[in-house]
Design a protein around this ligand. Sequence first.
Ligand SMILES: NC(=O)c1ccc[n+]([C@@H]2O[C@H](COP(=O)([O-])OP(=O)(O)OC[C@H]3O[C@@H](n4cnc5c(N)ncnc54)[C@H](O)[C@@H]3O)[C@@H](O)[C@H]2O)c1
Length: 271
Amino acid sequence: MHRKNRRKNNMPKGLKDKIALITGAGQGIGRGIAVRLAQEGVHLALVDLNQEKLDQVLHEVQQYGIKATTFIADVSQRHEVFAAIDHADLTLYGLDVVINNAGIAQVQAIDDVTPEQFQTIMDINVAGVLWGIQAAADKFRTLDRKGKIINAASIAGHDGFALLGIYSATKFAVRALTQAAAKEYASAGITVNAYCPGVVGTDMWVEIDRRFAEITGAEIGETYKKYVDGIALGRAQTPDDVAALVAFLASDDSDYITGQSILTDGGIVYR
Ligand SMILES: NC(=O)c1ccc[n+]([C@@H]2O[C@H](COP(=O)([O-])OP(=O)(O)OC[C@H]3O[C@@H](n4cnc5c(N)ncnc54)[C@H](O)[C@@H]3O)[C@@H](O)[C@H]2O)c1
């Protein structure tokens, strides 16, 4: 079969002309998801803290001929998340998929975690996802749509990693919220799932590697290399790898899947 046709037949079903909102869309995995969904014909609301970065991604996704808009919101602020969801609906005329991708990492020994650090990461990684779930479900019910909610968890949501204890705790929490929300919204036809990447070469890992170096005395780049060397498939993950799973979860092909936190890590954590 011709390569192009094979690709077409393998495309996730029912993505074209869906409307999706992505938080943390200004760079890294969020940007990768935006580009992949734009390639599939999904109209996009891109949400982040920084307008300049959002404008770059907006320009990139508009090249695929989709409608797109940007919105500045801090996901730790409930009213800002609800405003972002309203903006998507008002600007793009509907909403089908909400991807709660924004998150931060924190590298700290359990002994040294301060109340402020704990609160900050909980507010963004856990409350940010909670507000995103609430706002999405509220909108889907108002629009009477069987929407899809997709949350960013991690391999650290399946195993607790040393020096990433609080980060891991936030990602375990995302899995819990994903399961509970899936059960609560199933009768409304809303599905809730999470993606769990491994070691993705984004700015987040540059920062994780730098902090490991600070705490353990490792060379810059050494921790990243150590983690990548432990991947069965023998290479670091790219945002495209993650986006492929998210595109599936956003498509009609995943209609019978809910409450799952699916690993995409090249072989690090096995469940
Ligand atoms: N990089 C990895 O290896 C990896 C692995 C597993 C899971 N994840 C998860 O994937 C998601 C994306 O990670 P990434 O690697 O692209 O990170 P990144 O740091 O490269 O990008 C994160 C984006 O989220 C935005 N953001 C941060 N706090 C925000 C807030 N309060 N409100 C709105 N936007 C905010 C940032 O501005 C940034 O654009 C995160 O939830 C992360 O925990 C990443």
